[in-house]
Design a protein around this ligand. Structure first.
Ligand code: C2E
Ligand code: CA
Ligand code: CA
Ligand code: CA
Length: 280
């Protein structure tokens, strides 16, 4: 900071203090919400580009707050990560996701896996993560081959040796992993190929302008070719239009996720969509 006299330092301190107070208040609200189990999973389907068949779904955290209504993850995940409350929230979302998936399979609905987002911080504490996963599988009776964990490219590459070891441990337990937000971090191919993962998820920021921006189109093609070379499935995120779909179909993308198929849905609506069949 520049030297601006004592007055501005005072102001700076006040602002810092206010932010700290806000974080503390949020932390207290989150603690109460965890106790009251106000966190649930919403579900967004993934479908096969060629056939339109359901091939998977992603579970996305939502806070159903009695005071504030439906709170999106962007408003609480950062504080939850900062304060370590993310583990408890993940427990709730993971259990909810596994419980519904098991119920849908038992009801004869599509036998597709559910993917749950895991933060870099959780990957760091691998003992706790393995225990969390073990508890959820045991409590819900879901077959581990129907659970996937999503790890963002940037958290995978922060400490690749650790991440590779955790992905391997999960795989040995029958749980697959995917790299999320692919293309936004800085993976080297030689590191990426050492991850025993199932899928790459192409980030929405590349899909958005894929039909109008030649650079984005080239990048998406390169990512799909690379995934094929590494024997990985590709899911394109943020697919909103028929034009997006046509492009992705043309370049051999396996599956898509996005508003074109459905927004993230509460469990009852996801179930209704399964019964009704894919909208593609
Ligand atoms: P993400 O994992 O990349 O999830 C995809 C986000 O894109 C979701 O936002 C989803 O609603 C949104 N989306 C999907 N299709 C479309 C589309 O066609 N167009 C547009 N504009 N958006 C689309 P959401 O649910 O708000 O989640 C935001 C982020 O919060 C997630 O990004 C993920 O990083 C994080 N997050 C969500 N749930 C959890 C969780 O349980 N644990 C952790 N650690 N992070 C989570
Ligand atoms: Ca994700
Ligand atoms: Ca993503
Ligand atoms: Ca994202």
């Amino acid at each position: 900071a520049k030297a601006q006299g004592p007055g501005s330092f005072q102001l700076f301190n006040e602002e810092m203090g206010q932010r700290a107070v806000q974080t503390l208040a949020m932390q207290a609200r989150l603690r109460r919400a965890i106790e009251n189990q106000e966190f649930v999973a919403y579900f967004q389907p993934q479908v096969d580009v060629r056939t339109g068949a359901f091939v998977g779904m992603e579970a996305l955290a939502r806070w159903l707050s009695p005071e504030r209504g439906l709170v999106p993850p962007g408003d609480f995940i950062p504080v939850a990560e900062e304060t370590g409350l993310i583990d408890a929230i993940c427990d709730l979302v993971l259990n909810d996701a596994c419980r519904w998936t098991k119920a849908w399979h038992d009801a004869g609905l599509p036998q597709v896996p559910v993917a749950v987002n895991i933060s870099g911080r959780q990957f760091h504490n691998s003992r706790r993560l393995m225990q969390t996963v073990e508890d959820a599988l045991e409590r819900t009776g879901l077959d581990p081959r129907f659970l996937e964990l999503e790890l963002t490219e940037s958290s995978a590459m922060t400490d690749p040796e650790n991440a590779i070891a955790v992905v391997r441990k999960l795989r040995d337990r029958g749980v697959a992993s995917s790299i999320d937000d692919f293309g936004t971090g800085y993976s080297s191919l030689s590191v990426l190929k050492r991850f025993p993962i199932r899928k790459l998820k192409i980030d929405r920021s590349f899909v958005r302008d894929v039909t109008t921006d030649a650079n984005d189109a080239a990048i998406v093609c390169a990512m799909i070719a690379m995934a094929a070379a590494l024997n990985l499935k590709v899911v394109a995120e943020g697919v909103e239009t028929d034009e997006h779909l046509d492009f992705l179909h043309g370049v051999g993308c396996d599956s898509i996720q996005g508003y074109l198929v459905a927004k993230p849905l509460p469990a009852t609506e996801m179930e209704a969509l399964f019964r009704q069949g894919s909208p593609l």
